[in-house]
Design a protein around this ligand. Structure first.
Ligand SMILES: [Zn+2]
Length: 222
């Protein structure tokens, strides 16, 4: 069986990405990164539930505590507040974690090479391009070349949702043969059990469900 390695955050994009490769007949090997973000403890729980619900290969938890210690971002614990407002607002740039995806992708590639997986996959999409430089096509294309070179062409980086909107991703999820467990996913950036519904990440998610005419099955803070 063909293998794919992906970073599973527990959010709707990376979870749908796992479903996308399952539907293509791949065995999915998820890595769950914990890097000291405010929402890590909650999203990691979601990620493990998604692994079980979709029947993925058992996930490996990758601890990257140095990110919280060394990098500056409002997304990280003990740093400034998560901004509220629309995802496209300029204050959302405060949630950029410098170099995060380059670190994740490099680790995924090393794992892929070690287990004989030819593909690593990133769940980045067009809605991320405006705010996050490490989700843009120029970054993904550069990383594709880097990973091919570092693995002597054994590992390929794919980002099948690169030019999709969050609504396009939801449409893929709702088109799977079995109902997709979006009720297990979590998107909120805040350090709290229930999703806030107010941060840029929650707003973008709610907007996608709304535009598709589907209720978001997760519970939000009143
Ligand atoms: Zn939120």
């Amino acid at each position: 069986m063909k293998k794919v390695v992906l970073g599973l955050s527990g959010g709707m994009d990376s979870s749908t990405l796992a479903g996308y490769y399952l539907a293509k007949g791949y065995e999915v090997y998820p890595l769950i990164f914990t890097y000291g973000s405010k929402h890590n403890q909650y999203e990691n729980k979601s990620a493990f539930k998604v692994v079980e619900a979709l029947g993925l290969h058992p996930a490996k938890l990758v601890k990257l505590d140095f990110i919280k210690e060394l990098f500056k971002s409002n997304l990280l614990q003990d740093q400034e507040e998560i901004p509220e407002g629309h995802y496209a607002d300029s204050n959302m740039t405060k949630t950029v974690v410098p170099g995060r995806n380059s670190i994740f992708i490099t680790i995924m590639a090393g794992y892929a090479e070690s287990i004989g997986a030819e593909i690593i996959a990133a769940g980045v999409h067009a809605g991320d391009h405006h705010i996050y430089p490490d989700c843009r096509p120029e970054f993904i294309n550069a990383m594709c070349k880097t990973i091919l070179a570092s693995s002597e062409n054994k590992v390929h980086l794919e980002a099948p949702f690169l030019n999709y909107t969050k609504i396009d991703i939801l449409k893929i999820g709702y088109a799977f043969a079995t109902p997709f467990p979006y009720e297990l996913t979590r998107t909120c950036y805040k350090d709290q059990e229930l999703s806030c519904g107010k941060c840029g990440s929650c707003q973008e998610r709610l907007e996608a469900f709304n535009l598709l005419g589907k209720p978001d099955p997760i519970e939000y803070e009143k």
